[in-house]
Design a protein around this ligand. Structure first.
Ligand SMILES: Nc1ncnc2c1ncn2[C@@H]1O[C@H](COP(=O)(O)OP(=O)(O)OP(=O)(O)O)[C@@H](O)[C@H]1O
Length: 212
């Protein structure tokens, strides 16, 4: 699905060759500052390579319309923004911005179940805990039905139990629907447990590629 060739980005990343397989889970680990988030941002063209190429489905991502690319390749950032207002408002916002049809309430309720968020649609987001906000952000992304989900350390604000729950939820969803997941994690255990492929980055370079 994604393949990188001789990619350079500032003095942050230098990747000779790397592939992210289709319909699989790839986990990325490595120390803080290794370039993990930057790598994800390159994949949905939030930042562009200085040299080299990134192919998505065989096409150079620089040749693709960035808006269309980001409709298929969606990133859940480290600190996803939750807006004031209700849970429903937050779930609908992506559709309002792109002027697409807003999903039925039943569908909104279903996605809240998927992420184990047991709150009503009208609940105000001010009353949500950090972990609940993170799950709401995840629900919002799942609702957009991405082909490729980019998750940047989805568990950073969560206690270990909630962390597992969220990751298992995403993993089950992705496996069920045959999607591609590329996930940064701080936990080597999680990387090994869920990754079909595990990439280790250090100082902007790939120092490990394992397949499970
Ligand atoms: N657009 C940018 N311009 C210049 N420097 C940047 C830019 N984005 C990130 N950096 C720097 O590049 C390095 C890698 O950052 P990145 O966020 O990709 O690392 P990371 O591996 O995700 O770290 P962490 O695990 O702490 O989130 C850091 O030193 C960061 O300060």
């Amino acid at each position: 699905m994604f393949s990188l060739e001789k990619v350079k980005f500032k003095n942050i990343l230098e990747i000779d060759s790397l592939e992210f397989p289709d319909n699989k889970i790839t986990t990325i680990i490595g120390p803080s500052g290794a370039g993990k988030s930057t790598l994800l941002k390159l994949l949905n063209n939030m930042v562009s390579v200085d040299s080299g190429t990134i192919l998505y489905k065989g096409e150079d991502i620089n040749q693709l319309n960035p808006v269309e690319l980001r409709r298929e390749v969606i990133m859940l950032a480290q600190n996803a923004i939750i807006f004031g207002g209700s849970i429903k408002d937050n779930l609908e916002i992506g559709f309002r911005l792109t002027e697409e049809a807003i999903p039925e309430e039943e569908e909104l309720k279903k996605v809240l179940k998927v992420v184990h968020l047991s709150k009503g649609l009208t609940a105000n987001t001010q009353s949500l805990s950090g972990g609940e906000k993170q799950r709401l952000a995840l629900a919002r992304v799942l609702l957009l039905n991405p082909k490729v989900l980019l998750l940047d350390e989805p568990s950073s604000a969560l206690d270990q139990e909630t962390e597992r729950l969220v990751i298992e939820t995403v993993v089950n969803y992705v496996r069920d629907k045959g999607k591609t997941l590329i996930m940064i994690t701080h936990s080597k255990d999680i990387a090994l447990e869920y990754g079909d492929k595990i990439i280790t980055l250090q100082e902007g370079r790939v120092i490990g590629e394992e397949e499970n």
